[in-house]
Design a protein around this ligand. Structure first.
Ligand SMILES: C[S@@+](CC[C@H](N)C(=O)[O-])C[C@H]1O[C@@H](n2cnc3c(N)ncnc32)[C@H](O)[C@@H]1O
Length: 320
């Protein structure tokens, strides 16, 4: 696995927290609002840790671990509530964590325990198949699998299937990294969830929601930065999915009429990867072909007309 530091550029987000921009992918690791703010509002708070009494051990998978911000926030929340974790992480590239830990302000962002755990996971060179581990007397233990998340998943299927309480899904957006938003990959993640487990993601793309529903999960919208009431410019903070109904869960709401109709547009054509190792271009090409076929057959609305009907602009990237 080659490292090329210049393709990752450190960025400061609106809340003052550390983030990265990937020139290779053409996308930031977090929204401009803030890496720490996002970790709390899109992952930790919608996880609703109040569901577990102090002393419980939660099983958690962090997909696209990156700088470790989502896990660090979760560790802090777990420590506050006297919870421990049995944790797994998946990540292709050791550079995001290395660059983050080298940054003084990133280290200042976290409580000593969370920082110590991130430091335990650091690997100067991470070859596919390598595993880093952490251990803490009160907070539990974890393993980070280095490599393509699709190739690493089988290593944890035996111990995690049907047992995970939380899956934090933070891949680059579907158009940039469709490999990790396919019916097959999201279906494999769904199989890991315990009956009351939750998959949480910042993403509210119709194709992703469709794939989650095809995996027999119930879905709900995560509160947008403006709150649970839907605003046309800011209509969702992401998606929660679970084998169980998510009705009445704090910070989650049922899909609005607008979001339901989004699922009837050609944007809801899911990404597919039947061989589980297809390249990005191939996945995008096949989806475009399927979208054209569906439009020819009729019964699917063009996403542009749905946008016009609901007065939406084009600028909302996490909804694509
Ligand atoms: C949006 S960033 C994740 C941000 C991260 N959660 C954080 O808080 O810093 C996406 C991450 O996915 C990783 N990635 C990209 N493709 C991957 C793949 N196929 N398998 C595993 N990780 C991948 C990138 O190296 C990057 O760290």
């Amino acid at each position: 696995m080659t490292s090329n530091v210049s393709r990752l550029e450190p960025r400061r987000t609106e809340d003052g927290s550390f983030s990265l921009f990937s020139h290779q992918v053409g996308e930031g690791f977090h929204s401009g609002k803030g890496a720490v703010a996002e970790a709390w509002s899109k992952f930790v708070e919608p996880a609703d840790l109040e569901r577990w009494p102090p002393g419980s051990c939660l099983r958690v998978l962090d997909i696209c671990f990156g700088t470790g911000s989502n896990t660090a926030a979760l560790l802090e929340a777990a420590e506050q509530r006297q919870l421990s974790l049995e944790w797994w992480g998946l990540e292709l590239d050791p550079d995001p964590l290395r660059l983050a830990l080298a940054d003084e302000s990133f280290r200042q962002q976290w409580q000593p325990t969370a920082l110590e755990i991130l430091q335990q996971l650091q690997q100067p060179e991470a070859e596919p198949g390598m595993v880093s581990a952490w251990q803490h007397p009160a907070l539990g233990r974890g393993q980070l699998f280095w490599g393509d998340a699709r190739a690493c998943l089988p290593a944890l299927q035996a111990s995690a299937t049907g047992r995970l309480d939380l899956v934090l899904m933070d891949a680059f957006s579907p158009s940039r990294c469709p490999q990790l938003w396919t019916v097959e990959f999201l279906g494999a993640l769904a199989a890991l969830l315990a009956p009351q487990g939750r998959l949480l993601t910042y993403c509210s793309a119709a194709a992703v929601r469709q794939a989650l529903m095809l995996a027999d999960l119930q879905i709900a919208s995560i509160a947008a930065p403006s709150g649970l009431r839907q605003q046309s410019h800011d209509w969702s903070g992401g998606t929660a999915a679970s084998p169980m109904s998510l009705t009445d869960a704090p910070l989650l709401r049922p899909l609005s009429a607008m979001e339901q109709e989004h699922l009837g547009t050609n944007a809801a054509e899911p990404y597919r990867d039947p061989t589980f190792n297809a390249e990005r271009a191939e996945i995008l090409r096949e989806r475009q072909r399927a979208q054209q076929l569906a439009m020819q057959r009729g019964g699917v609305e063009a996403t542009s007309s749905w946008r016009r009907r609901w007065g939406l602009g084009k600028e909302i990237s996490n909804h694509q």
